[in-house]
Ligand binder design. Structure first.
Ligand code: THU
Length: 135
């Protein structure tokens, strides 16, 4: 695994989970995204009465970072309120594929942090479509 503080990134994901706006699912997700420059952006899921506009925690973190000019990312930690680790949804994986290399680290944790799984983008989104395909 790459050289960064995994526990700190997870700490910040669990902290971000407290910010979730989830009046419909009550399933709270937190994310902490580490840039290659060493900054960390936190995100939470933000639900909507129209359901479709709901934004996942991972994308909240990515969009905050991209707005700030960040384009290169090292890792993300994600946690939710379920018994199993919360893996990023397909849409979030596609957003990761826009900005991240195959070795982008994805750490997922379950409700009480008793299960933590380390993976990467290559495993989560094989045969992906991305910027290279439009060249
Ligand atoms: N959710 C995330 O925040 N990230 C994911 O990768 C999967 C799903 C949120 C969206 C919604 O608010 C709730 O979890 C239930 O789907």
């Amino acid at each position: 695994m790459k050289n960064f503080d995994h526990e700190k990134l997870l700490d910040l994901a669990y902290e971000a989970r407290e910010h979730a706006y989830t009046p419909y699912s009550h399933y709270k997700v937190g994310a902490a995204l580490l840039t290659k420059s060493g900054k960390i952006y936190q995100g939470c899921n933000i639900e909507n009465a129209g359901y479709t506009p709901t934004n996942c925690a991972e994308r909240t973190a990515f969009f905050k970072a991209v707005y700030d000019g960040e384009r290169e990312f090292e890792a993300i930690a994600v946690c939710a309120t379920g018994a199993s680790p919360s893996y990023p949804c397909g849409v979030c994986r596609q957003v990761m594929a826009e900005f991240c290399d195959k070795d982008f680290v994805i750490i997922t944790g379950n409700n009480d942090r008793s299960i933590v799984v380390d993976s990467n983008l290559a495993e989560m989104l094989p045969y992906s479509f991305g910027p290279k395909d439009l060249l």
